[in-house]
Design a protein around this ligand. Sequence first.
Ligand code: ZN
Ligand code: FE
Length: 256
Amino acid sequence: MSNLQIEQFSARSDNFGVLIHDPEASVTASIDAPDENAILEALKRRGWKLTHIFTTHHHGDHVEANFALKKRFGAEIIGPRDEETKIPGIDRALSHGERFAFGTFEVEAISTPGHTAGEISFHIPAAKVVFTGDTLFSLGCGRLFEGTPATMFKSLQRLTALPGDTEVYCGHEYTESNARFALTVDPENSALKERAKEVTALREAGHPTLPTTILREMATNPFLRWHDPSIRRNLKMEDASDEAVFAEIRKRKDNF
Ligand code: ZN
Ligand code: FE
C-alpha cells in the first residue's frame, strides 16, 4: 500500500478544496467541487489528473464544478444515495457503510445527515483520514438545514467512534469564529484555550487550521462534549440527556 497524498487549498471565500492522490494507482479525487479554477490550479501544481469527485452533499458551494470537471476529465462522481437526484452528474450513489476502491485504498461512506438530509462523510481507514464536508468542522458542526438536533447528534457520534488519530478535513475554514463561540460554553477548557490561541496565530499567518483529528476535536469541540461536566454546569443541564445538551449548544450557536 502506498501513501495517500493530500493537497488542501482554499476555494471561494471560506471553502476548502481537497485533492487526494494514490501514486501507485495514479488516481486523484477531489473532495467536493467548490470552484473549478482553484481545483484546476491545484491539479496543475501537483501534476495530477482528476479521476474522481467525492461529493459530501448537494449544496451549491460543494457541487458547483461537478459538470465542468466531469466534462474536462471524465471524472466519476460518487455521492450520497439520499441526495442522488440533487447531485449534478452523479455516477454512483452510496448508502451508509458502503465501500468502494479508490486505487489501492478502500473508502467507506459514513452517513452523517443533519446539515442536509443525506450528507455522507468519506472515511479511508488505511490512510486514517475522514472528509466530513459540512457535518463536522473544527470546533463546530454544520447548521441544521435539513435535519433535527437528534439527526446531527447521531451523525457526530458516528464520527467520534472513528480512531482518535484519524485526520479530519472539513468543507470550510470556520475555526476562528467557532473558537469564539466555543469559549462561551466551555471557558475553563485549557485544551480549547490553547487551540484558540493556535488558531488565531495560524490565521494571522494566513495558514489553514485544518486538518484536525478526532481526538483533538473531542477535547476541544463543544459539539462533541455533551458529556462534559463543566459544560453541563455552565448550561445548568447537569442531569439532561447527551442529546439535549447537544441541542442546547447548537441552539446557542445559531443565536450567537
Ligand atoms: Zn453545506
Ligand atoms: Fe458548505
